[in-house]
Design a protein around this ligand. Structure first.
Ligand code: UN1
Length: 506
């Protein structure tokens, strides 16, 4: 049983309960899963975990709803997502409050996360009329060759605490217009936010005439997710989280020939060249590295700076870091909220120790604050080389600084990590910018010029290479992962010519 170490201040607890209720959700009380707020570390509510029977029933329901939903015309399916987008807009403040309470984000970032959900709903509504297949010229007379995209099935979404709702919405909104149904296993650290979203989907479904059971949320830890991963009725498992989780999920889904979409860790870097606009670079760097307390998969973790400007830049970033207010995210002017849990601080301080042992110097930050909740000042660390600790993703605000002399050297350092999510170059030199974006430049799924690594818009495809898992979610043609492609050859002639000129018999 969870330990109730403090009494939650009524304020946070009742604010969370009010927001969940305003979204129309009931909280399944129990004694398995404590919903904690990282704002002050206290228990908001204790929930009942989904049992193996609950999981099986949710998948069964979603499977049955799929058989109805897949034959609803896609533009009609769009009406569900349009209504969902309206409800998310109506409940923007409730949902953002829950994101702050459960994930610790500052209100502006929490509202931004809800906006990201609304944006992807709009995108998906448009997409519902644009699920294009191609036609190709057939080599045979009187024949037509084309492809059709069909709904895939039940999509299992496994999401992380740091984007408790936006990443779910990327998947759910697209899956719904693609004719799929969704079973969602949110992080056990953010269950209330998930229950609120689930209630809004159910309402949108009821109001737009979509079948019951097209969405379900499961509460619990890895074993609940594991059941989704192994169930052959789950056609696609879309999982966001650590590389360790992906290493487990990928092979298990592959073993049953299911589909997998993985969005795992990042170890994102920015290269800063001598021509960079340093005012702009400093702003971009500080938001990307310290924003969300360093807990985005797109967080800037490495700075690779030309040796001629490294001292100046480090000084300027350090100045900005010293002015950052760290504290209760609900307080005005605070830009850096809490880490999600004690274990995050343990990882942060262990990484800082290893960096020092490897010859690194902590320029500023890296201190734990003496207050309830886990609050740490973002750390800026100069490293003599890209040692082992720099090549790992520590999910906390640590920015390592390395220096380089030639762009080739910078790109080699940049790519010499196991992860491949987001990247950036700060430069005013077009040759350098284009080189960074070229085939022999950044090896990441996201490569930016003169903006930081985090805070992507939903219109692009989101995801990365190497240990990041290779999946792409959200915009562009990411929808294709949520559908199955059928190639159709239609013969409208009276002959039966065979392809490749093959003759069979007469
Ligand atoms: C994540 O951290 O898992 O680009 C997603 C960004 C956000 C999404 C991050 N739009 O930082």
């Amino acid at each position: 049983a969870p330990q109730m170490t403090h009494t939650a201040p009524l304020d946070l607890r009742s604010r969370a309960a009010d927001a969940v209720r305003a979204c129309g959700a009931d909280i399944p009380s129990g004694d398995d899963v404590p919903a904690l707020s990282p704002v002050d570390g206290t228990v908001l509510h204790t929930l009942r975990a989904s049992s193996p029977e609950d999981v099986a029933a949710a998948i069964e329901c979603a499977q049955q709803a799929f058989s109805q939903w897949r034959v609803v015309p896609a533009p009609v399916r769009g009406a569900l997502v349009r209504r969902l987008g309206e409800l998310l807009t109506e409940h923007k403040d409730d949902l953002a409050a829950l994101v702050t309470i459960e994930a610790g984000k500052i209100p502006s970032e929490a509202l931004g996360e809800v906006q990201e959900m609304i944006d992807v709903c709009e995108f998906a509504v448009g997409l519902s009329r644009q699920l294009y297949g191609r036609t190709m010229p057939s080599e045979r007379p009187g024949h037509r060759l084309m492809e059709t995209w069909h709904p895939l099935g039940v999509v299992g979404v496994i999401s992380a605490f740091n984007f408790p709702v936006a990443v779910w919405a990327w998947n759910a909104a697209i899956a719904f217009v693609c004719g799929d149904t969704v079973v969602w296993k949110p992080s056990e650290l953010t269950p209330l936010t998930a229950l609120a979203c689930d209630a809004l989907v159910r309402r949108a479904a009821a109001e737009s005439g979509a079948p019951d059971g097209l969405h379900a949320v499961l509460i619990g830890s890895g074993s609940v997710g594991g059941q989704l991963v192994d169930d052959p009725r789950v056609a696609l498992v879309s999982a966001t989280g650590s590389v360790r989780m992906g290493r487990e999920v990928g092979p298990r889904v592959a073993a049953r020939f299911g589909r997998c979409l993985l969005e795992l860790g990042g170890n994102n870097a920015a290269v800063v060249t001598p021509s960079a606009d340093l005012d702009l670079a400093v702003r971009g760097i500080v938001f990307a590295a310290a924003g969300t307390a360093g807990q985005r998969c797109t967080t800037l973790r490495r700075l690779i700076v030309h040796s001629s400007i490294v001292d100046t830049l480090v000084e300027r970033v350090a100045d900005a870091y010293r002015q950052l207010r760290v504290g209760d995210p609900f307080e005005d002017g605070v830009l850096v909220g809490p880490l999600i849990r004690e274990r995050s601080w343990q990882a942060m301080s262990a990484a800082l120790d290893r960096a020092r042992t490897a010859g690194g110097t902590v320029v500023c930050g890296g201190d734990r604050m003496d207050r309830d909740g886990v609050y740490a000042t973002p750390a800026l660390v100069r490293m003599p080389s890209q040692s082992e600790v720099v090549r790992e993703e520590t999910f906390a605000p640590i920015l390592y600084v390395l220096s380089y002399d030639t762009l080739d050297e910078a790109i080699a350092l940049h790519n010499n990590v196991p992860q491949g999510l987001a990247s950036a170059i700060f430069t005013l030199d077009q040759r350098e910018a284009e080189r960074f974006l070229a085939a022999d430049g950044s090896d990441c799924g996201i490569a930016n010029v003169n903006i930081g690594t985090s805070g992507a818009e939903i219109g692009g495809a989101f995801g990365g290479e190497k240990e990041t898992g290779g999946g792409r979610e959200s915009g562009s043609d990411s929808w294709k992962a949520y559908m199955r492609r059928a190639t159709n050859t239609v013969n409208y002639s009276t002959e039966l010519p065979l392809a490749q000129g093959v003759r069979f018999g007469r």
